[in-house]
Design a protein around this ligand. Structure first.
Ligand SMILES: [Fe+2]
Ligand SMILES: [Fe+2]
Length: 170
């Protein structure tokens, strides 16, 4: 692995753990405002992002490099509404997609083929994550402020099952 790809992956490890922390902050806001189903969904998502960080962490170690962890950005804790939470979640996923694309481009330029193979998984994952969150935002826009529909949607999100196996490459 080249030094610049190694550095960029280290940054992405912090980005994934940052996304995990950010989802946890979103879960806290939702549960404080009694959207318990949303809180459940966001806690699961936080755990998934933790898994993404670990997957890259494991990859660097498997390539016989030392992982030097970077600082995690402080997440936003203030939201204006539950829709705002999920709109920001979508923006966050779109930002992560851009980060992964940039990382893949760098690995391609530097001909780090093992990193390209590893990052393929993340590119596919981002398509799925953006799609999922975009659908949730769409549903919130549909129900608007109707309390009964909001409760239904909250219940639906509360039914999210845990991932069967962690995508940590272990
Ligand atoms: Fe992720
Ligand atoms: Fe994500």
């Amino acid at each position: 692995m080249t030094p610049s790809v190694l550095e960029a992956i280290s940054t992405q490890i912090a980005n994934e753990f940052g996304a995990s922390f950010s989802y946890l902050a979103m879960a806290a806001w939702c549960e404080h405002h009694k959207f318990m189903g949303c809180g459940h969904w966001l806690r699961q998502q936080s755990a998934e992002e933790h898994g993404h960080g670990l997957k890259l962490f494991n990859f660097v170690l498997a390539r016989n490099h030392h992982v030097k962890l970077e600082a995690i950005a402080k997440p936003t804790s203030d939201f204006s509404s539950v829709v705002d939470v999920f709109e920001r979640a979508l923006a966050q996923e779109q930002e992560v997609s851009r980060q992964i694309d940039g990382l893949y481009e760098l690995a391609f330029k530097e001909k780090v083929f093992a990193a390209m193979a590893e990052l393929q998984w993340f590119i596919t994952e981002q398509v799925e994550e953006e799609k999922t969150v975009r659908e949730i935002v769409g549903k919130f826009h549909m129900v608007k402020d109707d309390p009964a529909s909001l409760l239904d949607l909250d219940r639906e999100l509360g039914g999210r099952a845990a991932e069967p196996a962690g995508p940590t490459g272990t």
